[in-house]
Write a protein that binds this ligand. Sequence first.
Ligand SMILES: C[S@@+](CC[C@H](N)C(=O)[O-])C[C@H]1O[C@@H](n2cnc3c(N)ncnc32)[C@H](O)[C@@H]1O
Length: 228
Amino acid sequence: MTDENAGYQNAQSGEPLALEKRVEEADGRRFSPSTGRNKDIVRDTFLEVMPRQGRVLEIASGTGEHGVHITAVAHDLNWTYSDIDPVSQASQLAWRNHVSHDRLDGPMTVDTTHADWGDVEKAAPWNGMFCANMIHIAPFSAAEGLLAGAGRLLAPGGRLMLYGPFARAGEIAPSNARFSEDLQRRDASWGVRDLDLEILPLANAAGLRLATVKAMPANNLSVVLEKG
Ligand SMILES: C[S@@+](CC[C@H](N)C(=O)[O-])C[C@H]1O[C@@H](n2cnc3c(N)ncnc32)[C@H](O)[C@@H]1O
């Protein structure tokens, strides 16, 4: 493995897309330290609250580790990677080539700030969507587009799982408040979102109801929204 000290940036804009250094294998598979820490609990929560059969679209797949980890135990699940970042997509493809099963697809290109998600629209309806650690590291329009896209492209009864830090009805854990301030110093359009005040109104407008909220380590939440 080589330590990737060059940072992690959008190939087109040069803007930073992730906040930590990544490690890369010779075959292109990348590893995120934070994903390494949370992937077991995220997988176990996914298995509890999300469909275990059918087709799941992952938004903002990053290194691709969540999809590998979940499909290793969910044998009836087909998982499609997507991202806006070619460097991340290369890692997702490398993970797809690495595994011995054929239930990883993509990577597709989805920018949730766009109203049309291209080929992903044609592949709808999806049984599930999964998005970890994206909506606070992107402009609010990315959250708006994500919720609208889930409402548009999920099958009836299909679920969207969000994982990451949130505020709740104006209350925010001190560690998340510090994190949000740090994000906003990097980019004023980033920041930890308020589940009740900002995200659930978007969900309601998109025809999604709150199915469950699970507390996760380090003041994170898993939020599950279901299409009516
Ligand atoms: C912090 S990383 C999280 C990666 C992965 N979900 C995880 O938890 O390990 C944020 C990801 O969001 C992606 N991203 C940022 N803005 C996006 C947008 N508007 N639409 C889709 N993906 C986006 C980045 O390319 C990056 O892969």
